[in-house]
Design a protein around this ligand. Structure first.
Ligand code: HEM
Ligand SMILES: *[C@@H]1O[C@H](CO)[C@@H](O)[C@H](O)[C@H]1NC(C)=O
Length: 334
């Protein structure tokens, strides 16, 4: 038994090397592939693209949500659509934790799922719909087209218990942010590019007021403070009131490199945004991205692809959910 173990290992290594050669360039060791549904549901990617476009026409902010979903799902251990699950009697869902504050439009993701289910019931995972909707949302916002692999399966449970460990917070140090992204293979320019997502959307006052009250953070651009104070007049914002500041006042609906100009001008809303422009490890990349949209898009595309491939469930792992907010029922659970 012990004597045969090394040769057994060698055998499996050789086998997996062989199979990756046979599958050619389209497949990776992750088990994901370009156009994974080309036989099982050839229209899948077109249906998702059409739905994202339709929803964007009606509600522009859906595109922000698709982009933010990718971060909140994939950065927490795996792109497995665990973010989309509802709470159960036993567990609080990720989307209901404090860290998902402000996330919206989940019900419209169900519309995309329903459209896909009508054509190909039970085939396309919510994890892939989440990733592809982010890709199409990026295009709606004027960002680059990013080819992304598919073949992810859906997880069966929420990962809210480990969320804090994986998901960087608004006031975290750059060291800690870089560490967290490094564990999923995203390097410094990749992190700087991903934060460029804060070139669209909004930030609620609860995440900002500590930079305004009791004293104004002296590192904030004084020209930006009156606007922030007007939008967030109370030091303890009413949690029921929808009070927020737009992330990028200049081009709020465009995914562009204006974010980098803002943060270099000390108009970054979150502490992490501000620090990104001032930490010696990240500042050189912030400057380059402020100068060149192409440079930003190149690194953004690369980093989004890496994020989307973080530790997916593939093959027989997990399941393909019927509804994105509910794990399928299994006899053992009842
Ligand atoms: C250190 C990492 C990050 C932190 C601490 C962070 C934190 C935040 C916070 C606090 C908000 C405001 C939410 C609200 O008040 O409604 C926000 C908004 C947003 N974030 Fe991030 N974020 C990070 C990285 C990312 C990444 C990597 C992406 C996508 C690739 C992203 C996409 C977005 C988008 C699109 C919004 C606007 C959402 C909307 O308007 O609905 N963020 N982020
Ligand atoms: C960061 O902000 C949260 C509230 O959003 C707070 O609970 C936490 O203590 C803060 N962490 C640091 C390191 O300041």
């Amino acid at each position: 038994m012990t004597a045969s173990a090394p040769s057994l290992i060698f055998f499996f290594l050789a086998l997996s090397a062989l199979s990756s050669i046979c599958n050619g360039a389209e497949s990776t060791s992750s088990g994901l592939a370009m156009n994974f549904y080309k036989e099982s549901c050839p229209q899948a990617e077109d249906i998702i693209r059409e739905q994202v476009k339709l929803l964007y026409k009606r509600h522009k902010n859906t595109a922000f949500s698709w982009l933010r979903n990718l971060f909140h799902d994939c950065a927490v251990q795996s792109c497995d659509a665990s973010l989309l699950l509802d709470s159960t009697r036993k567990t609080l869902s990720e989307k209901e934790t404090d860290r998902s504050f402000g996330m919206r439009n989940f019900r419209y993701l169900e519309d995309i799922k329903d459209a896909v289910e009508r054509e190909c019931p039970g085939v396309v995972s919510c994890a892939d719909i989440l990733v592809l909707s982010a890709r199409d949302g990026i295009i709606a916002l004027g960002g680059p087209y990013i080819p992304l692999k598919t073949g992810r399966r859906d997880g069966k449970k929420s990962r809210s218990d480990v969320l804090e460990q994986y998901l960087p917070d608004h006031n975290e140090s750059i060291s800690s942010v870089l560490d967290k992204f490094a564990t999923i293979g995203i390097d410094i320019p990749g992190v700087v590019a991903l934060l460029g997502a804060h070139s669209v959307g909004r930030t609620h006052c609860v995440k900002l007021v500590h930079r305004l009250y009791p004293e104004v953070d002296p590192s904030l651009n004084p020209d930006h403070v009156p606007h922030m104070m007007k939008k967030c007049p109370d030091s303890i914002p009413d949690p029921k009131a929808v009070q927020y500041v737009r992330n990028d006042r200049g081009t709020p609906m465009k995914l562009d490199n204006n974010y980098y100009l803002n943060i270099l001008d000390n108009k970054g809303l979150l502490l992490v945004d501000h620090q990104l422009a001032h930490d010696p490890r990240t500042r050189p990349f912030v400057k380059k991205m402020a100068q060149s949209q192409d440079y930003f898009f190149t690194h953004f595309s690369r980093a989004i692809a890496l994020l989307s491939e973080n530790n997916p469930l593939t093959g027989e792992q997990g399941e393909v959910r019927h509804h994105c907010n509910l794990a399928n029922r299994h006899h053992s659970d009842e």
